[in-house]
Design a protein around this ligand. Structure first.
Ligand SMILES: *Cc1c(COP(=O)(O)O)cnc(C)c1O
Length: 437
């Protein structure tokens, strides 16, 4: 039986909101993080490019801990997820004349990082079921210029990974995994990020593991690891036998590097955060299961990961909305109304990259010829599945899943309130937001 309550005027129209309490704060401050930070403060070593002080630096400690956690041989921490992708593509030698397959639905950085190398991002439509790159469309998009396939485990969802691995072996085109939204997700018992040549992570504030800004690239390929280590520290690598008071980085210069090093403070925060990641992932997975079952008993649809996902993580929890049930309101109208009910930012998913307000690769100053502009023009790609998905999903940030069980009921109550208040829905402004999601 569907429970009906008198839920009153929509909060966006001046009624009282469903949610009365605060949601759990994110990022979280733990004793472990505070302790690690304080030690850096007084250590005299704030950067990997500082002098060795007789103790392994935090960046190395984190690198080892994260590689171990992931089941990879190497981890190269860096300043952002975007720069982790940049390291990966630079190490693979991708540049002008090359093409990289990028899913048409993802954060803008996935495509813009390719474009800034002078290469051409080929936007590939998604699979409706997993919201990740369609294997069939990817096959069709491959050309003699394709130098990499970027798989993005969007919102923790993994697509046809086995099919892509076969495709990569068949064509000899490497896979780069973007795991910025999937720290700890397992595919058939193995962590994502270890299937492709390189796995890239973001540790930006909203992510499952964070140091405010930060990122990491993992690989089990020694040569790629060495190149990425140099790429991110002006061509230098760690000395195996450092001497106290002397710089720990030694000059190698096998490739043109730049400075994309994580600071010792950020590495300290990550070391503290990593201790909690698994536990928090489990809480989120439990809450997500509960929320899915509440949605089902209340007659709402829910998004299911592919069966190959043996350990799920939730960067965002996806709610699929049948707009017919909401008086044919737009997803943007629903997102604004439910945000007021829940006192949280509940957004639609990203705008597809062929109409994303922040994706404008032809506006890069170095793009001068009409021919190059044509190749980069995002509007030349057609992404009907990404368009359809944009019109029907809402996303809850993972911090909401760190709440107690009653919090999950609040989410369902808010949806029920919207569904039952047809008059209220009629009064909502319907236009799409002019931002990225
Ligand atoms: C966050 C994110 C990035 C970029 O990471 P930054 O740390 O913000 O540079 C790249 N890809 C995806 C899928 C992301 O979610």
């Amino acid at each position: 039986m569907v429970q009906t309550k008198n839920l009153g005027t929509l909060a966006i129209l001046g009624g009282s909101s469903i949610r009365k309490r605060e949601w759990p704060k994110w990022p979280r401050v733990t004793a472990a993080i505070q302790e690690e930070l304080l030690q850096v403060l007084h250590s005299g070593r704030w950067a990997v490019s500082g002098a060795y002080m007789g103790k392994e630096c935090n960046e190395r400690r984190f690198s080892r801990a994260y590689a171990d956690y992931m089941g990879a041989k190497y981890c190269i921490p860096t300043t952002s997820g975007t720069n982790a992708l940049l390291l990966a593509f630079l190490a693979l030698g991708i540049g002008p004349g090359d093409e990289v397959l990028v899913p048409g639905l993802t954060w803008v950085a996935c495509a813009s990082v390719v474009a800034r190398l002078g290469a051409v991002p080929i936007l590939v439509d998604i699979d409706q079921r997993t919201l990740t790159m369609s294997l069939e469309s990817a096959r069709k998009a491959i050309s003699s210029r394709t130098k990499a396939i970027m798989l993005v485990h969007l919102y923790g969802s993994v697509g046809n990974l086995d099919g892509f691995i076969d495709l990569s072996q068949e064509t000899n085109i490497p896979i780069i995994e973007d795991c910025a939204q999937a720290h700890g997700t397992e595919w058939k018992g193995k962590k994502v990020g270890t299937f492709g040549k390189i796995g890239c992570f973001s540790m930006q504030q909203s992510k499952l593991l964070t140091s405010g800004e930060g990122g990491a690239a993992i690989t089990s390929n020694e040569q790629l690891a060495s190149l990425m280590e140099q790429l991110r520290s002006d061509g230098r690598v760690f000395n195996k036998n450092p001497k106290i008071g002397q710089l720990e980085l030694v000059e190698v210069g096998e490739i043109q590097g730049s400075n994309m090093c994580l600071s010792e403070f950020q590495a300290a925060v990550l070391l503290g955060g990593l201790k909690k990641l698994e536990e928090e992932n489990k809480i989120r997975a439990d809450r997500a299961e509960l929320l899915k079952s509440l949605l089902k008993t209340n007659g709402f649809q829910s998004f299911e990961f592919d069966k190959g996902v043996t350990f799920p993580t939730y960067y965002n929890f996806l709610i699929k909305c049948d707009l017919n049930e909401f008086n044919n309101s737009t997803i943007d109208a629903l997102s604004r109304a439910i945000s007021e009910e829940l006192k949280a930012n509940i957004n639609p998913i990203y705008k597809p990259l062929n109409k994303h307000p922040l994706y404008c690769p032809t506006k890069q100053a170095f793009v001068k010829t009409e021919e190059k502009k044509k190749l980069l023009d995002p509007s030349r790609f057609s992404l009907p599945n990404a368009d359809a998905a944009r019109a029907s999903y809402l996303t809850l940030h993972h911090s909401l899943l760190l709440d107690d069980e009653e919090g999950m009921q609040d989410v369902v109550d808010a949806l029920n309130k919207l569904r039952e208040n047809k008059e209220g829905l009629l009064r909502l402004a319907q236009e799409s937001s002019n931002i990225a999601f």
